[in-house]
Design a binder for this molecule. Structure first.
Ligand code: 2AM
Length: 489
C-alpha cells in the first residue's frame, strides 16, 4: 500500500482474540483502523470478520512497513502481543517505520517496569508511549472494555476520542481515564487483577459454605446468586456464577460445574500484586490468600493423598437454618470484599506515593464500574468514598463503609465460625475478617514481639508512656525476679 493511502486513524498489531475484538470495536465506532499480525492468516481472518460484522472500516496489512505507512500522522499503533520479549520485537519491527511524534500503545498485561524502560527507549527515538491496561476479556474488548492508559499524556490526548468511544459506557462516563505517568496504567491493571483474584476466591468460598455446610443444590445456588445479583453484590462475577450453576453436563449426569477439575490456572498478575505489596510493606492478606488458594488447588494429587490421611476428620456439622445461612453468607461475602478492595486501594496508594503518580482513586473505581471483570455496583460507593475524601486512610474508615461493616459483622463471624467448625476452608473470608479485626484494634500483641526482639537481638523498643528507644536486660531481670519462667530454665 502506498503512503498516499494513509487513511487509517489508528493501527493495531497482534490479532489474537483480544486484538481482533478490540480492532473490530474501534472500527465499529467509526474510526478507520489498519491491522497487522506476524502470522498473516490472522490478518485475513480479521478482515473477514470486519466484513461480516457490518462492513467495518478495517484494512489488513501484511508487513510492518505497509501497516505503519497506512496510518495518518501523528500515527498511533496499539500492540496486543504476548507480554515480554514479543512486545520488544514488535516495537522494533514497527518503530523502524515510525517518525518522531508517533505513538506506541501496549495493551498487554505487561510488567510496569518494562513499560517504564520502553517509555525511555521510545523517547530516545522521539516516539511517545502508553502502557494501557485492558480489562474485560474477549467480550469486553469487542463491546466495551475498561481501559487504563498510563505514560505520555500527550499520546493519550492523540487517541482520547477513540478510547472514550471504544470503552464501556456507564452512567457517569466512559470507562477510561488517563491514569498517570510511567507504568501506572499497567500497575493499576495488575492490582485490578489481584482484586479480581480476591473476588473469585471469596465467591468460591461462599459457594463452598452454601454447598458443604448448607447443603444447597446447584439449582438452589443458581437461584441464590441470581437473587444476590439484584442487590448490593450486583456484579459481573456474581452474574456469571449464577449462570455457571445452570449449565448441565451434556456428556453425563448433573451439572457441568461438578465435573470441572478443581485446579486453578493463573498467568502471573496476582503473583505480581502480592510481590509488590510485600515490596511496599502493604498488607494484602485476602489477595495473598486467593493466590495461595490457587497454589494449593494445583496440588490435586497431594490433596487427595492428604484427605486419606485425615479421613477421620469430619468436622462439626451443626444443623443449620438454610435461610439464615444464605443471608449470613451474603453479608460475609460483602464485608470480606470491602476488606479486599481496601487492601488493593492501599497498595495503589503506596505505589502512587512512591512513584509520584498522583493516582485518582475515585476515578479508578469509576472506570472499573463497567467493561472489566470486577465491574460491580458497589464500585460506585468506593468512588463516592474517595471523592468525599481523596486522602482516605482506608475504605474501612469511610463512614458509609464503616456503617456497613458494623451491620454485617455478626453474620460474618457466624459464617466464619460455622465453616471453621465444619472443617470447610475459607482462607479469603478468614483473611478479610482477621484484617478487619487487626486494623480496628488500637492495641495489638505486637508489644510482645517487640519485647522478644529486644530480648534476643537488642533491637530496642518504644514505650506507650514516654518517648525514646529503650533496651532492657530481660533475661537478667527475669532471673532476678525469680519468675516461674526463669525458674524453668
Ligand atoms: P502470531 O499469530 O504470529 O503467533 C498472541 O500470542 C499474539 O502475540 C499473537 O498475535 C502472536 O502472533 C503475537 N506474538 C507472539 N510473539 C510474537 C513476536 N515475537 N512477534 C510478533 N508477534 C508475536
Amino acid at each position: 500500500m502506498e503512503a498516499s493511502a494513509a487513511v487509517s486513524r489508528i493501527g493495531l498489531a497482534g490479532l489474537a482474540v483480544m486484538g481482533q475484538n478490540l480492532a473490530l470495536n474501534i472500527a465499529e465506532k467509526g474510526f478507520p483502523i489498519s491491522v497487522y499480525n506476524r502470522t498473516i492468516s490472522k490478518v485475513d481472518e480479521t478482515v473477514d470478520r470486519a466484513q461480516n460484522e457490518g462492513q467495518l472500516p478495517l484494512t489488513g496489512h501484511y508487513n510492518p512497513k505497509d501497516f505503519v505507512l497506512s496510518l495518518k500522522k501523528p500515527r498511533s499503533v496499539i500492540i496486543l502481543v504476548k507480554a515480554g520479549a514479543p512486545v520488544d520485537q514488535t516495537i522494533e519491527a514497527l518503530s523502524a517505520h515510525m517518525e518522531p511524534g508517533d505513538t506506541i500503545i501496549d495493551g498487554g498485561n505487561e510488567w510496569y517496569e518494562n513499560t517504564e524502560r520502553r517509555i525511555i527507549e521510545a523517547k530516545s527515538n522521539g516516539l511517545l508511549y502508553l502502557g494501557m491496561g485492558v480489562s474485560g476479556g474477549e467480550e469486553g474488548a469487542r463491546n466495551g472494555p475498561s481501559l487504563m492508559p498510563g505514560g505520555s499524556q500527550q499520546a493519550y490526548g492523540n487517541v482520547q476520542d477513540i478510547m472514550e468511544k471504544v470503552a464501556a459506557q456507564v452512567e457517569d462516563g466512559p470507562c477510561v481515564t488517563y491514569i498517570g505517568e510511567g507504568g501506572s496504567g499497567n500497575f493499576v491493571k495488575m492490582v485490578h487483577n489481584g482484586i479480581e483474584y480476591g473476588d473469585m476466591q471469596l465467591i468460591s468460598e461462599a459457594y463452598d459454605v452454601l454447598k458443604n455446610v448448607g447443603g444447597l443444590s446447584n439449582e438452589e445456588l443458581a437461584e441464590i446468586f441470581d437473587e444476590w445479583n439484584r442487590g448490593e453484590l450486583e456484579s459481573f462475577l456474581i452474574e456469571i456464577t449464577a449462570d455457571i450453576f445452570k449449565v448441565k453436563d451434556e456428556g453425563g449426569e448433573g451439572e457441568l460445574v461438578d465435573k470441572v477439575l478443581d485446579k486453578t490456572g493463573m498467568k502471573g498478575t496476582g503473583k505480581w500484586t502480592v510481590q509488590q505489596a510485600a515490596e511496599l510493606s502493604v498488607a494484602v492478606p485476602t489477595i495473598a490468600a486467593s493466590l495461595d488458594g490457587r497454589f494449593l488447588s494445583g496440588l490435586k494429587e497431594e490433596r487427595e493423598a492428604a484427605s486419606e490421611v485425615y479421613s477421620g476428620i469430619v468436622g462439626v456439622k451443626s444443623s443449620v437454618d438454610k435461610k439464615r445461612l444464605i443471608d449470613d453468607v451474603r453479608q460475609a461475602l460483602y464485608a470480606s470484599k470491602i476488606c479486599s478492595y481496601a487492601q488493593g486501594m492501599n497498595l495503589l496508594r503506596a505505589k502512587s506515593d512512591e512513584k509520584g503518580w498522583n493516582l485518582n482513586f475515585g476515578e479508578l473505581a469509576r472506570i472499573w464500574k463497567g467493561g472489566c471483570i470486577i465491574r460491580a455496583v458497589f464500585l460506585d460507593r468506593i468512588k463516592i468514598a474517595y471523592q468525599r475524601n481523596p486522602n482516605l486512610a482506608s475504605l474501612l474508615v469511610d463512614p458509609d463503609f464503616a456503617r456497613e461493616m458494623v451491620q454485617r459483622e455478626k453474620a460474618w463471624r457466624r459464617v466464619v465460625g460455622l465453616a471453621i467448625a465444619a472443617g470447610v476452608s475459607i482462607p479469603g473470608m478468614c483473611a478479610s475478617l482477621s484484617y478487619f479485626d487487626t486494623y480496628r484494634r488500637a492495641r495489638l500483641p505486637a508489644n510482645l514481639v517487640q519485647a522478644q526482639r529486644d530480648l534476643f537481638g537488642a533491637h530496642t523498643y518504644e514505650r506507650v508512656d514516654r518517648p525514646g528507644a529503650f533496651h532492657t536486660e530481660w533475661t537478667k531481670l527475669a532471673r532476678k525476679s525469680g519468675s516461674r519462667v526463669a525458674a524453668l530454665k
